[in-house]
Design a protein around this ligand. Structure first.
Ligand code: XMP
Length: 320
């Protein structure tokens, strides 16, 4: 049973000191490795790890082909400013090969988990000699996985999986007792720029979680373009999270007076405190209309744009 630390009772300075000590004792004289995705959780773990281990922590950013527009470059530049070198690993082929032909959400998640932990990290850890992977799992990830709602890509011990036996390295998870609001508080106390710690959540399986059906490079590109439009249009709207989803079904539309059997984008925008429950944001009609027009204009092949009105539960924030 993990002991939750609520944001109201979280002393960020003490939490940081405790976790730095815990990381140092788990890693000992050896080396550790961690993956930065650009999201809040992995950014906070990267800073904690560098405080604890300095040069003995190797931070990598895995290009899985599923990232948002400009995300790799922006994240690497931000961390360079903070004095944290980040190594870029190109694993696009491995991820798309693993996702080929898969349409079931849980099988897609499993393919991403295996490619990341077994293939990409397995060989990285073997070649680097690191024995420990630092990872930003938070309590919400564990809750949903254990409840069987969604297999989060980064949960093992709570499912009875021993990473050391399965993948050949130990996993240390300094944020396990926190939820998103607590992680943000720790991020601020670590001196991360607001742009990083206040960032909206983004799932580990990245844009593959936003494509219903097969996540091919072409379909990922479509949702990447739509995501960029949604993030631009809704920036500063104050919502917890907003996203674009590419549907599997096509619908009949028309372009230049001709039939176009086109694709559908669903927009979701959520009000929430901690992602456990959420409701759709009451966006102004003008904002929604402009957003739809821009998607139709800028994302090739799309002829339908919808806005989600369901709450979580029974919906979930992501689509897969
Ligand atoms: P759902 O879709 O389950 O999402 O309502 C709850 C929150 O978690 C994020 N999310 C994930 N984060 N790995 C993660 O690290 C995952 O596999 C994953 N799936 C969803 C989601 O963006 C939302 O903020």
């Amino acid at each position: 049973m993990i002991q939750e630390i609520r944001v109201s009772e979280l002393d960020a300075t003490r939490f940081i000191a405790d976790q730095v000590a815990a990381i140092q004792s788990a890693v000992g004289q050896g080396a550790a490795i961690n993956a930065l995705s650009g999201g809040v959780d992995s950014a906070v773990v990267t800073m904690l790890g560098h405080r604890a281990l300095g040069k003995c922590l190797r931070t990598v950013m895995v290009d899985n082909g599923l990232m948002r527009e400009g995300e790799l470059e922006r994240t690497i530049a931000i961390f360079a400013e903070l004095g944290v070198p980040v190594e870029l690993i190109d694993a696009r082929e491995a991820f798309f090969a693993a996702l080929a032909g898969l349409t079931d959400p849980e099988r897609k998640r499993e393919a991403i988990t295996q490619t990341f932990y077994r293939d990409v990290f397995g060989s990285l850890v073997r070649s680097s000699g690191a024995r420990v992977l630092l990872q930003g799992t938070i309590l919400t990830d564990v809750d949903e996985t254990v409840a069987g709602i969604k297999r989060q890509h980064n949960v093992f011990a709570q499912l009875g999986i021993d990473p050391e036996a399965t993948f050949g390295y130990a996993i240390v998870e300094p944020l396990l007792q926190l939820r998103k609001d607590g992680v943000r508080k720790v991020g601020a106390a670590l001196g991360l720029p607001t742009e990083v710690f206040a960032r909206m959540p983004f799932p580990g399986p990245a844009l593959a979680a936003r494509v219903i059906g097969e996540a091919t490079p072409e379909r990922i590109e479509t949702v990447r373009l739509a995501t960029a439009v949604v993030e631009r249009a809704l920036a500063g709207c104050g919502a917890f999270q907003y996203l674009a989803i590419l549907h599997e079904d096509r619908v009949t539309g028309m372009r230049s007076g001709r039939r176009s059997f086109g694709q559908q984008i669903e927009v979701r925008c959520w009000d929430s405190a901690d992602a456990r429950t959420a409701s759709p944001t009451a966006l102004p009609w003008d904002t929604l209309r402009r957003l739809a027009d821009t998607i139709l204009e800028e994302v090739p092949g799309v002829v339908s744009v919808t806005y989600n009105l369901a709450t979580k539960p029974p919906s979930t924030i992501e689509a897969i």
